[in-house]
Design a protein around this ligand. Structure first.
Ligand code: ADP
Ligand code: MG
Length: 228
């Protein structure tokens, strides 16, 4: 259980704005074990999303490394990196980011379009997850016809359908009312108890404390505290 899965070494992401540099992430070191649920907290602008996007392989560091399962992301070819993103990373966002003109089922299935999984299996897996999320009778609905909580459950199903090595959630309950936020929190906890490695970004320290075994606090792009 204590096997190291994700490692960031002196990870930096700088943006230049005019004649000065914003250090969105500044020499961050961290490790995440397989099966762990880690919280990343910090105020707005502290670098949480930047960190998540680098781990997801969606962004490239200015310096330093992300190492996942022993592989240095910076050493992967373009094709290998695309494969990493498509197969190993499940992302969930505050704003759900579902495709508006796709049904719930198709939104979930579409996460497997860029993999080798054949269509029949894609649909089987998508239906199984709809069921698991309590949305079996919502498969034909488009996002606009679903509540916020339902849309976020579809988005989580879309992330999980890949059977990702890690689930990265960026403020997943940030747009939800308290009841739905609690439902999403419970769902994430259950997934973690079933073995899913999760990185949960939130500005809600209490939520992180209730769910996570470890909490990393960022401020101005630096790790300022680790709570166990
Ligand atoms: P958080 O998710 O904790 O709110 P972010 O990681 O989004 O913070 O941003 C960290 C810092 O980097 C902020 O100061 C933000 O303005 C800056 N930043 C993020 N993305 C960009 C970008 N594409 N261009 C310039 N600055 C950015
Ligand atoms: Mg953010």
């Amino acid at each position: 259980m204590n096997q190291e899965l994700i490692k960031a070494e002196q990870l930096c992401r700088y943006y230049s704005r005019g004649n000065y540099t914003i250090k969105a992430l500044d020499a961050v070191d961290l490790t995440i074990a397989r099966g762990e649920m880690v919280g990343v907290v910090g105020s707005s602008g502290s670098g949480k999303s930047t960190l998540l996007n680098l781990v997801a392989g969606l962004d490239t560091p200015s310096a330093g490394e992300v190492i996942v399962g022993g592989a240095h992301l910076s050493k992967l070819s373009r094709k290998e990196l695309a494969r990493y993103r498509a197969e190993q990373v499940g992302m969930v966002f505050q704003s759900f980011n579902l495709i508006r003109h796709y049904s719930a089922l198709r939104n979930i299935e579409s996460a497997l379009y860029f993999t080798d999984v054949p269509r029949e299996e894609r649909l089987d897996r998508a239906r199984e997850l709809l069921d698991k999320m309590g949305l079996a009778n919502r498969g034909d609905h488009r996002p606009a016809d679903l509540s916020g909580g339902e849309q976020q459950r579809v988005a989580i199903a879309r992330a999980l359908v890949k059977r990702p090595t890690v689930l990265l959630a960026d403020e997943p309950s940030g747009n939800l009312d308290q009841t739905n936020a609690q439902q999403i929190a419970t769902l994430l906890k259950e997934l973690n108890l079933a073995g899913q490695t999760i990185v949960l970004v939130t500005h809600d320290l209490t939520l992180a404390e209730n769910l996570c075994s470890r909490i990393i606090r960022l401020d101005y792009g630096r790790v300022v505290e680790v709570l166990q």
